[in-house]
Design a protein around this ligand. Structure first.
Ligand code: PAF
Length: 282
């Protein structure tokens, strides 16, 4: 499997692929690869002549230094998983220096307010960091198609906005959430949970499923109060937010409108580890 640690040789290599009119699919990741990532890669392999995967734990999108420090880094195992999947995949695993040429800093973006909701409220600067790295990676890889998981639905909408505002020639493809056997959304952060916490975290999806059932008959306020109550007596899981929002604007829904599509979004903290999940409601 071709592996590049620096952008210059990668760009050189990709130039000949572009010159021969071949399409490039791209899956950006922060590593600690799981089935959810592999599903994005399988889709990219099906839909493109060449697939590039990046593994880079991007420091500028972490607002919490402990979260950055403890983020799982498993490059060797990741390389094995990629090779097993398809050894034609091109891996880009840059250093911080290769991406940021000096001190890592974020560009400041205007995502038309998408950045101010949910994750944006609780993780200041996070989406400037995401916008900075994704734009940078798109410039280096120049993909035709790029694949992102819907677990980070706000990130997906923000990347689409960044692409349309900057008129980038890349199609952003959102892919369904992959879940563990107990329905916990797959995430690299799950690795940091104890087996017991991991099992108990099935509660998050149970809450989302029930919220979905309630959505056709109850008001969004009633549902939100019910969710808060469900977490009140739970000493292990702290609810950071639960929101029902318009899929397109990500603005909180106070009155349902039949013409709009809504989603529930949730962030929960367990043992200092943040877990997020989302479900489509209609
Ligand atoms: O979703 C992620 O893993 C990251 O936010 C991304 C898109 C790879 C940017 O660092």
């Amino acid at each position: 499997m071709p592996i590049f640690y620096g952008k210059a040789p990668l760009m050189d290599y990709l130039k000949s692929i572009k010159d021969s009119q071949k399409t490039i699919g791209f899956v950006p990741t922060m590593g600690a690869l799981h089935e959810g990532h592999l599903a994005l890669m399988k889709k990219s392999l099906q839909e493109n002549d060449t697939t590039v995967v990046s593994i880079f734990v991007n420091p500028t999108q972490f607002n919490n230094p402990e979260d950055l420090e403890k983020y799982p880094r498993t490059l060797e195992e990741d390389i094995k998983k990629l090779t097993n999947l398809d050894d034609s995949i091109i891996l880009y695993a840059p250093t911080v220096e290769d991406i940021y040429d000096g001190k890592p800093t974020s560009q400041s973006f205007d995502f038309d307010g998408l950045e101010n909701q949910m994750e944006g409220k609780f993780r200041p600067g996070h989406f400037n960091g995401v916008g900075t790295i994704v734009k940078r990676l798109f410039e280096i890889v120049t993909p035709n198609n790029a694949y992102f998981g819907e677990k980070d639905f706000q990130q997906l909408q923000i990347v689409k906005k960044m692409v349309s505002k900057n008129k980038l020639q890349v199609k952003v493809v959102g892919c369904p959430i992959h879940r563990e056997a107990n329905n916990l959304a797959m995430s690299s952060r799950n690795e940091r949970l104890t087996p017991q916490e991991r099992e108990q975290a099935s509660l998050i999806y149970k809450i989302l499923r029930t919220a979905k059932e309630k959505f056709s008959k109850d008001s969004t306020l009633t549902i939100s109060k019910w969710v808060q109550k469900a977490f009140e007596n739970n000493t292990q899981f702290t609810l950071e937010y639960f929101t029902i929002a318009d899929e397109a604007t990500l603005l909180t829904c106070t009155r349902k409108n039949k013409t709009k599509k809504y989603r529930a979004f949730i962030a929960v903290i367990v043992n200092n580890i943040r877990l997020i999940d989302t479900i489509s409601l209609n």
